[in-house]
Design a protein around this ligand. Structure first.
Ligand code: SF4
Length: 371
């Protein structure tokens, strides 16, 4: 999982330390200009960890020093940092962002052909719980629970129960929905999750075989649809996400109609441009389609959903590629840390309202032009 990070030299760090950053206390002022206070109090000696721009330090505390000044300036009070033994400082929670993502696991029970995430058995449940333990109970609002497939995370129930203790939390979980095919799992999950959790579930086609082929699992369509119905029995908010690939854009209007007829309980539908990395890049010949070539389908699908009074948004596509009539559906969707622009954008009047492109994507769509 890629995230904002800087690198220095680690000292007295044998295992990763997750801690909330603060520069208010003066306990370690001698390691100026900034330090992080470790919230997990192992003992007095290792009660605090530090980060520093200094080129040389002499301290018994865990520290990463020799960090670049421009990187240090990006760190703010309340950010949760991960200090790694190799000297990397990763920001795992940005206190000033509404786009924080908690990656529960890299494991997944599907194998989507355009998945941008790595797929390994790595589980980050304990790390997620540690991150949450660093966030004050009243300060957490928007938070995205993702993976891999978060519902296969080893401690997903504990994570959802923990989130429930945050007074103002507004969670969204990105799940393929297949585990909710099981009614008792659904009941257990709902019992533990904050009541306002949004379940964002991908549906790629109204044709089961097409959806299953994209997901790489036979029967996935049936499980996901059952999962959506099982969840909706609890009246929880469900969002449908449709990634636009060469495999499914031809069927987009049918899918919009299918959602209108069969899933009218959806609180939102997101039509999403592709992030070409990970498996999407491995399968680029199979999945890539230039956005400019599916605009007619996108217009029709957007209008069908809007006509049905289902809130609809377009994610991850540059404004200049969208016909004027559907630009109003475009929403900021690319996380700040992977949002980028190209030289053509410099003179664009819409830059402040535009998603731009994924810096993580290995494919830049054709036709980007200043408007
Ligand atoms: S030129 Fe760049 S900033 Fe302007 S709409 Fe296109 S992608 Fe967005």
């Amino acid at each position: 999982m890629a995230m904002w990070q800087i690198k220095g030299i680690a000292k007295n760090i044998t295992n990763p330390i997750i801690a909330s950053y603060s520069h208010k206390s003066n306990i370690l002022n001698w390691i100026k200009p900034k330090y992080i206070k470790e919230t997990k109090k192992i003992n007095e000696v290792y009660r605090f960890a530090s980060i520093s721009m200094l080129e040389h330090v002499n301290t018994p505390y865990p520290i990463i020093y020799n960090l670049p000044e421009e990187g240090m300036l990006d760190i703010n009070d309340g950010d949760i940092l991960k200090l790694c033994p190799d000297g990397t400082v990763k920001r795992v929670f940005n206190a000033s962002s509404t786009q924080n993502v908690l990656f529960v696991t890299e494991a997944c029970n599907s194998q989507c052909i355009m998945c941008p995430q790595p797929q390994t058995p790595l589980d980050y449940s304990d790390e997620v719980l540690e991150i949450l333990s660093c966030i004050p109970k009243k300060s957490l609002r928007e938070i995205c629970i993702s993976g891999g497939e978060p519902t296969v995370g080893i401690k997903i129930f504990e994570i959802m129960e923990t989130l429930k203790r945050y007074t103002y939390v507004e969670p969204i979980i990105l799940t393929n929905g297949r585990k909710f095919n099981n009614k008792s799992f659904t009941q257990s999950f709902i019992d533990r999750a904050p009541f306002n959790t949004v379940y964002a579930i991908p549906l790629y086609s109204s044709i089961p075989e097409v959806h299953d082929r994209i997901v790489g699992v036979s029967g996935a369509f049936r499980e996901t649809i059952n999962g959506i119905y099982n969840l909706s029995a609890f009246r929880v908010p469900i969002e449908i996400r449709i990634v636009l690939t060469s495999k499914n854009v031809f069927n987009l209007t049918e899918l919009a109609n299918f959602i209108g007829w069969n899933l009218p309980m959806a609180v939102h539908v997101a039509l999403m441009g592709m992030e070409v990395c990970g498996r999407a890049y491995d399968n680029i010949e199979d999945v890539w389609i230039e956005p400019k070539s599916y605009m007619q389908e996108l217009i029709e699908a957007t209008k069908i959903l809007d006509y049905r009074d289902i809130p609809v948004s377009i994610y991850n596509l540059p404004l200049c590629l969208l016909p004027y009539e559907i630009r109003k559906y475009s929403t900021f969707s690319i996380s700040q840390w992977k949002q980028g622009f190209i030289p053509e954008c410099q003179s664009c009047t819409m830059r402040d309202e535009c998603n731009g492109i994924f810096t993580s994507s290995k494919k830049i769509p054709d036709g980007i032009h200043a408007i």
